[in-house]
Design a protein around this ligand. Structure first.
Ligand code: C2E
Ligand code: MG
Ligand code: MG
Ligand code: MG
Length: 288
């Protein structure tokens, strides 16, 4: 409401806002306990190589199993964890959890690359490189098996610093992905200057043509895909929800895909069961 009244207006401390802030404060203090109380859980979404249908990897997506509210999605608590710095220990826990899970899956014969989302706040603390390499060393997972995802918005905040840390991680073999590309204010030159391995095309570009430009429905999707390929990146389409969207992303040359039409994020046991069923049916590491 304050924003709607104009930029120069003071923030009006309405009862609704007060409630929101109190609510958020409670979420934060309870989130502190959550990490200790094992209320954080990870769901895993398959990453599919579109030409073969093979599952090549998965993305770790954080959820909070809240005693009263049920399963809370990351969009409802990550911004708060970022504000008070809790995102750093949470991400350390997540890296350890993800890499430990990767070891378990490797022992079960699954060949997977695991992706973890990293916050811009973590980049600015300066501990990211040590946190990542520490977890890699402790778990013994080959660094090539780990992809760190950062949104283009996070990268744009301090791109020199990001590039520095990326270079340090990459020299150790860790791979990097630019997440949600095409959803924010993309700077083509900063994308070109970042040593990233994967370009994740935002689901808004996958979702469909803008009505006003129906003569060239896939122009932007095709251009972004071509950009990624020209920069020698693997291009991954996010949020594939329908067979039509799958056909579109294939047609423009996206190499990898993720989305509910392929498979939703799943708890670890269901993820493994799905791949076991896929292997039983196809003889390959595929979805059933
Ligand atoms: P993201 O990294 O772009 O993750 C993809 C999001 O799209 C996930 O939402 C996933 O559940 C959702 N998704 C997957 N397939 C589909 C689909 O077909 N259609 C639609 N509409 N959505 C789909 P989720 O799990 O709610 O996560 C939202 C965002 O929260 C993530 O976006 C990521 O930026 C952030 N996030 C999640 N886990 C973490 C984490 O551990 N650390 C940090 N810093 N951020 C995280
Ligand atoms: Mg991501
Ligand atoms: Mg994304
Ligand atoms: Mg996102």
């Amino acid at each position: 409401a304050a924003k709607a009244k104009g930029r120069n207006q003071h923030l009006v401390f309405t009862p609704a806002l007060r409630t929101t802030l109190q609510d958020r404060w409670q979420i934060t203090s309870r989130l502190r306990d959550a990490a200790a109380l094992d209320q954080l859980v990870v769901h895993w979404q398959p990453v599919v190589h579109l030409a073969t249908g093979d599952v090549r990897g998965c993305e770790a997506l954080l959820r909070w199993q809240h005693p009263q509210r049920g399963l809370v999605g990351p969009e409802d608590f990550i911004p708060i964890a970022e504000e008070d710095g809790l995102i750093v220990p949470v991400t350390r826990w997540l890296l350890e959890t993800t890499l430990t899970q990767a070891v378990t899956w490797a022992e079960a014969g699954l060949d997977l690359v695991v992706a973890v989302n990293v916050s811009a706040v973590h980049l600015s603390t300066g501990t990211l490189v040590d946190d990542v390499l520490g977890a890699v060393a402790r778990t013994g997972v080959p660094p090539r098996r780990l992809v760190l995802e950062l949104t283009e918005t996070a990268l744009a905040r301090d791109s020199d610093r990001a590039a520095e840390q990326f270079a340090a991680l990459r020299s150790q073999g860790v791979r990097l992905a630019i997440d949600d590309f095409g959803s924010g204010y993309s700077s083509l030159s900063s994308v070109a200057s970042l040593p990233a391995d994967v370009l994740k095309v935002d689901r808004t570009l996958v979702a469909g043509p803008l009505p006003a430009r129906s003569a060239t429905p896939d122009a932007v999707l095709a251009a972004v895909t071509a950009l990624g390929r020209a920069l020698d990146m693997r291009v991954l389409a996010e949020g594939i929800e329908t067979p039509e969207q799958l056909a579109r992303v294939r047609a423009v040359g996206c190499e990898y895909g993720q989305g509910h039409h392929l498979a939703p994020p799943l708890p670890a046991d269901r993820f493994a069961a799905l791949l076991a069923e896929g292997r039983r049916q196809t003889g390959h590491q595929r979805l059933p």
